[in-house]
Design a protein around this ligand. Sequence first.
Ligand SMILES: NC(=O)CCC(=O)C(=O)O
Length: 273
Amino acid sequence: MSTFTVGICQQGVVPDKQANINKARRMIGEAAAGGSRLVVLPEMFNCPYQSDLFARYAECYPDGPTITMLAECAAEHKIILIGGSIPERDDDGKIYNTCFIFDEDGKLLARHRKTHLFDVNIKGGTVFQESQTLAAGSDVTVVKTSLGTIGVAICYDVRFPELARTMVLKGADILVYPALFGPVTGPAHWELLLRSRAVDNQAFVIGAAPALNAAAEYKAYGHSAIVDPWARIMAMADEAETVIFGTIDLQIVDRVREELPLLKHRRPELYEG
Ligand SMILES: NC(=O)CCC(=O)C(=O)O
């Protein structure tokens, strides 16, 4: 299908895990009721973004109330569901920041484990060390769906143009980033990064963020957005809880790539190393 509606659930996240799951279920329903065939949740939508909490909120596929809810919602609403991210515990005990992706029958299509961990110390601003408690994934995630080919990466992954380009060279026409920028880098870089990945790759870019919870230790910037392959912002939230919608028309990808064929003009022999 080349034209369809996407819905982003900009959900507020609270310390009560079950309340987060219930909220996600309601907002997915709202997105589906608004006509969305593709629905996207934010990064860490079942857990406050705090290193000391990830282990406590983690689930091990296929068990766990969050993963079960995602599969049920995808099947109930007949949608492709990009399930934001949650802390995922692997059999070896490592915890990943993982996005589970379900098809319209509630079958797992793929999972993306965040590949670049957010370890930063911005003076007077944001300090975070994901690697204290999380392990990094090592796969590029590109998934063929009934709606088109979608590349999925998580938040800080958006800062790596190489990853986006790799997803596009593997066939992605839509890049989806569940994310959680904060009040320092959000205003400075969030929109710029989403639009940059769109113009670099002539792809739709979807950034799904949580709503601001003023009581949270790490405060979300919000501003979920849908950007088209010409880097135009089609929809953008503010910081409040909401569902935003946009139309994805994959013919725009084809048209922009034909008119301005930069992917064909690449000189990879110059870029190695
Ligand atoms: N959760 C994250 O990866 C945060 C990334 C971020 O805020 C950034 O500026 O990059």
